[in-house]
Design a protein around this ligand. Structure first.
Ligand SMILES: Cc1cc2nc3c(=O)[nH]c(=O)nc-3n(C[C@H](O)[C@H](O)[C@H](O)COP(=O)(O)O)c2cc1C
Length: 223
């Protein structure tokens, strides 16, 4: 494991990593070192979990046959969801969304060629839950997934958070050999990017922040 900062593959300044981390779906088939993947996951494990339960499991999928099972699930969900998205984006002349849909389509078509697919799981069965329990459970895995994405970005790896292959938990459990006590929550295909990183476009902060009461856009009037 890297210790000295100068040797670390993660030396990128945090702000740069956060500002340029985006869904990179077009990936080269070139292999990624296991050691680097493990270091990314080790950084992911620095995330918080409810009651510090650390009730997580990560399945690193490299076997083409297992990737093919996840790819089939991804294709099934995308066949329904992607068609609607494409139709809507065309209708609205939304070029940006069309570009995203093309990238998703590329990943759907090349899923088996992605060198590493990390599946983040909760080490528990997730029953229908009251909202506080659901927040705590999912909130105990998604921070680690964001850490994983940022670690990948800092190391120059492309990655994206994907959930379509998990449309059926039962089938996803079969695909990965998971017991019913382990629940897959997020899939992160990773590899060396075929495209480039770039700043993400997001809503302006003033548009989504209220002061004291919801809807009081006081910060929008600053300056
Ligand atoms: C909960 C969640 C589920 C997602 N599921 C998928 C998915 O199944 N397939 C996919 O290609 N992208 C998926 N994404 C990625 C989003 O489309 C992406 O984060 C968003 O478009 C912003 O992209 P950008 O960071 O490149 O700007 C998902 C993101 C989140 C947060």
């Amino acid at each position: 494991m890297a210790t000295a900062r100068s040797e670390s593959p993660f030396a990128m300044p945090l702000e740069e990593a956060m500002r340029t981390q985006r869904a990179i779906r077009r990936l080269k088939p070139d292999p990624v070192d296991d050691a680097l993947v493990l270091e990314c996951i080790e950084l992911a494990l620095k995330a918080p979990t409810g009651s510090n339960a650390q009730n997580w499991e990560f399945v690193v999928v490299k076997d083409r046959a297992v990737k093919a099972r996840l790819a089939r699930l991804n294709r099934t969900a995308w066949a329904a969801y992607g068609g609607i998205g494409r139709w809507l984006a065309r209708r609205q002349g939304d070029d940006k969304t069309m570009r995203m849909i093309d990238a998703v389509q590329w990943q759907v078509d090349h899923f088996e060629d992605v060198p590493v697919v990390v599946v983040a799981c909760l080490h528990t069965w997730v029953p229908p839950l009251p909202s506080i329990a659901a927040s705590s459970l999912y909130g105990s895995i998604y921070p680690s997934v964001q850490n994983l994405l940022l670690a990948a970005r800092a190391a120059g790896l492309g990655a994206a958070l994907v959930t379509l292959p998990l449309w059926s938990r039962t089938l996803a459990r079969w695909a990965l050999g998971l017991p019913w006590t382990v629940t897959p929550v997020a899939v992160v295909p990773m590899g060396w990017p075929a495209g480039r990183y770039g700043p993400t476009t997001r809503k302006p902060v003033e548009e989504v922040v209220s002061l004291d009461r919801y809807g009081n856009r006081a910060f929008a009037r600053r300056g």
